[in-house]
Write a protein that binds this ligand. Sequence first.
Ligand code: NAP
Ligand code: G4F
Length: 343
Amino acid sequence: MIALITGITGQDGSYLAEQLLAKGYTVHGTVRRSSVINTSRIDHLISEYDNDKKLILHYSDLLDPGSVSNLVNKIQPDEVYNLAAQSHVAVSFENPIFTSQIGTLGSISLLEAIRNNDKEIKFYQASSSEMYGGAIEKSLNEQSKFDPKSPYAVSKLFAHEITKVYRESYDIFAVNGLLFNHESSRRGETFVTRKITKAVGRIKYGIQNKLTLGNLEASRDWGFAGDYTHAMWKMMQYKTPEDWVIATGETHTVKEFLEKAFTYVDLDWNDYVQSSEDYFRPNEVNYLLGDPEKAKKLLKWKPEKSFDELVEDMVDHDLLEAEKELTLLKDGLIKPTWENPNI
Ligand code: NAP
Ligand code: G4F
């Protein structure tokens, strides 16, 4: 089996590549050219699989439809996973056009490439619970109405709908994974969970003394990224192409995450955390809770890692990172930054 993953350098791309390679797939991934090497999440896979050409990276940007089409033509994949995006909701308010272009141009370029090359190629679109936005239902499933609240969510909604259009119009096996928030030690450092666990590690080692966040009352259905990428693969093996909600069925506030993470290292978060308007968004999604019953029943999928285990794993990882950072600081190899200027 041959898979193409756009966004392989991201959190999900790295877990998905790992899982597909372990199943014996040949994995092709797109990498954006950058002035610094940006493959840190997949370096362990490159050293293991690069020599026997099981993992092959290509320079490609989703904003360049020609490069996307050439790639599909050249690789002739069995499965395409479209994970690339400007995935930060707050940043999408700052860069709305760029964010929208990746979501819209990226998905339709890939679908067109599949339609023109080989309609047997299966397609996965990384849809998002963010598209539900202001929905009033308590628990959200595949039938719930969308109400996007950010440029990011609107661009994801376009990709979601165009995926359905290509499925219905051209009989392409095109699926949407409606994934609720999923985290890990590979999560980008400006998403709230990782921002917290990284700060916990640094505070514990005395490298940082405060943490500034935005809305502490926001509530999210947080799962483990590795469980969710496994669900992506399962959707692609199901007999028919459909839309699937992937979630834990539990929701927690940012405050609850703080409580769990700081208590784990015997600290009281109230002593370190402040909330600033600077980190509030122009439009907030206050509450998200998913209902994964369909995936549980038909895909035989369930989240393996609990909320507590997820938080503890992330804190454990970031304690080790902080310990390494402290050594570098002591050796004078890096300069101290008391708090990362994060979004
Ligand atoms: P991520 O860590 O931010 O990774 C995004 C990936 O997209 C990175 O590899 C990034 O490359 C790449 N990318 C960005 N702009 C690109 C462009 N113009 N052309 C090609 N590649 C580009 O995101 P993630 O958490 O893994 O999420 C994967 C996908 O699932 C995203 O589409 C996200 O919107 C969606 N999603 C995520 C969640 C979640 O909770 N994690 C939930 C629902 C949906 P660089 O490494 O060069 O930046
Ligand atoms: O961690 P977040 O930035 O994730 P958000 O906005 O829910 O988006 C993530 O999940 C979506 C799925 O629902 C994905 F589609 C998307 O790509 C991304 O992966 O923020 C979570 C909550 C928000 O309500 C935010 O306002 O935490 C709140 N928050 C409070 N203080 C903060 C902060 N978020 C960030 N990033 N930074 C803060 O300081």
